[in-house]
Design a binder for this molecule. Structure first.
Ligand SMILES: [Zn+2]
Length: 152
């Protein structure tokens, strides 16, 4: 089932740093800078960019990466200002774990190389995210290695 979609390859065809950056454990802006390493000013600028792009999807309206980014950056800013305010009071409460929205739900996958990674269910539905990395995706494309399988 779904052979056609799998063989099509998917996300690895056109590299998208904004999208790829979301695939790390800690999101990396432009697939480069981990969010926690960005300066506050950088986060603010990035948030502005993400918000303006989120509101105007041209041809791929199911592409919610900018909304995801806006959310991530917004959360980062909020937790930074909380941290500053709370510095003198509470000994830092672990409270930044906001519930994950449905569209960001993840599925644990096992790549043909054996690596376990989290794929976004939205991507899987589109036939994407069938490998743990771009490298494995190209190996899969060239040698026809099997797609990743779902774990539980
Ligand atoms: Zn792999």
């Amino acid at each position: 089932m779904g052979q056609g979609a799998e063989d099509a390859g998917g996300y690895e065809i056109d590299y998208d740093p904004a999208y790829e950056g979301l695939r790390h454990g800690e999101p990396r802006w432009a697939n480069e800078t981990p969010v926690s390493k960005m300066t506050t000013q950088h986060v603010k600028n990035a948030l502005r960019t993400a918000r303006s792009l989120a509101g105007n999807c041209s041809f791929s309206c199911d592409d919610d990466k900018w909304e995801d980014w806006a959310e991530i950056l917004d959360r980062e800013l909020a937790s930074r200002s909380q941290r500053n305010q709370a510095k003198s009071k509470l000994p830092r409460v672990q409270e930044t774990r906001v519930k994950t929205p449905v569209r960001g739900s993840k599925q644990q996958m096992k790549c043909h190389c054996g690596a376990v990674y989290a794929a976004r269910t939205a991507d899987l539905k589109r036939g994407w995210a069938k490998s743990c990395s771009k490298r494995c995706a190209s190996i899969r494309r060239e040698y026809g290695s099997p797609a990743a399988t779902k774990i539980k």
